[in-house]
Design a protein around this ligand. Structure first.
Ligand code: NAI
Ligand code: MG
Length: 358
């Protein structure tokens, strides 16, 4: 398979961990006879410094023409006092909008050997492995009117969804469930909200198209509780924008380290964008100690969702787990009796595992 991948390193540790993802993808290409070509473009602070804008047109055009995009992270103290149109984060929001990335997928896994890193009890977290599919471009964060009225005595926000917006995110979730254990939990507030009633109707309608997927509906308040009392009950969770925002942050405590969390942002037929959940980590940037796992696991998601290369994606995930199992870890993690390594060595260990398995 031949694919063109745009790399957007961004700032801080983004520049370091993107190299790790590229090394891992090169190893996968070699082992499976694929051809991946890479093109690097600027975003965020790096783009501000070079071109005076956080999102140059050349970057947007390159992303639109690519088969997939990998993004490191943006931001840093250097640009913190810039006016808002010259903030690095504008680049990130801009590219999500330009590529119509309506589906945000965040896999959350309690990695063996890291279970003690979670504030939750090890026996609760053990075996948890779930995927949150969040609608990213609709709902209450985008609805209008959103304003104050009556001299500030009344305030209104609007939760609006079109049928098409719900159908496309629900389809993505069903497809993701087919690629996993085939269990989908749809989270809503259908006992109160009209938008949730339609959400639930659409999930029920879609079921017929995906007979191999088992569907369950859970109200969001109950889901919030079950996520941390019984996380192993879940596989794929699909929900609207605000519920997904809250539940995905809640669920991230299952892993205990930002350096392990990957994400995918997908559009309908266009290009997907893959990035770690963490930021540019200015406190450790340039030291060669950043955990590359979140970025590498994001590259695995790219193989799975943009290129349908499931075996290759799974091999990368197994490689990360295996290296942790052997006790190797970066400075952000702690494994009792393990050995601490830097970004490059962690990457090399993951690459070596990939080469030894295929
Ligand atoms: P951060 O995620 O960059 O760092 C939080 C803490 O976690 C730091 O102590 C950092 O050293 C550590 N950390 C994060 N990723 C790590 C990794 N891979 N390996 C080892 N340690 C890691 O969040 P923070 O400090 O709030 O923000 C720093 C900058 O990043 C800000 O400019 C912020 O706006 C930006 N940011 C960008 C994001 C993005 O590009 N998607 C997301 C979050 C923040
Ligand atoms: Mg959030």
């Amino acid at each position: 398979m031949k694919k063109r991948i745009v790399l957007l390193p961004g700032d801080g540790i983004g520049k370091e961990v993107i190299n790790s993802a590229q090394d891992v993808l090169n190893a996968i290409a070699e082992e499976f006879n694929h051809s991946f070509t890479f093109e690097t473009h600027e975003i965020g602070g790096a783009a501000i410094d070079l071109y005076g804008t956080p999102l140059p047109e050349t970057t947007v055009d390159a992303c639109k023409q690519a088969d997939a995009v990998l993004l490191g992270a943006v931001g840093g103290p250097k640009w913190d006092n810039n006016p808002s149109h010259l903030r690095p984060e504008r680049g990130l929001l801009g590219i999500r909008k330009a590529l119509d990335l309506f589906a945000n997928l965040r896999p959350i896994k309690g990695f063996k050997n890291l279970l003690h890193a979670s504030p939750l009890k090890e026996e609760v977290v053990a075996g948890s492995d779930l995927l949150i599919v969040r609608e990213l471009t609709g709902g209450i964060y985008f609805g209008t009117p959103s304003e104050r009225r009556d001299n500030g005595q009344t305030v209104v926000d609007t939760l609006a969804y079109t049928r098409k917006e719900i159908e496309r995110i629900v389809d993505k979730a069903f497809q993701a469930a087919q690629g996993r254990s085939g269990h989908l939990t749809s989270v809503d507030k259908a006992n109160v909200l009209e938008s949730s009633k339609m959400w639930r109707e659409i999930v029920e309608e879609k079921k017929a198209q995906y007979p191999d997927v088992v569907v369950e509906h859970v109200l969001v308040d109950a889901a919030a509780m079950k996520l941390i009392t019984n996380p192993t009950k879940f596989d794929v969770i699909v929900t609207e924008n605000m519920f997904g925002d809250i539940l995905s942050d809640e669920a991230s405590v299952l892993t205990g380290s930002l350096g392990m969390l990957a994400s995918a942002s997908l559009s309908e037929d266009g290009v997907g964008l893959y990035e770690p959940v963490h930021g540019s980590a200015p406190d450790i940037a340039g030291k060669g100690i950043a955990n590359p796992s979140a970025m590498i696991l994001s590259a695995a998601l790219m193989l799975r969702y943009s290129f349908q290369l499931n075996d290759e994606a799974t091999l990368i995930e197994d490689a990360v787990q295996s290296v942790l199992d052997s006790g190797f870890h970066t400075a952000d993690l702690h494994i009792p009796e393990g050995r601490q390594v830097g970004t490059e060595e962690m990457t090399r260990l993951i690459v070596d595992y990939i080469k030894s398995q295929n």
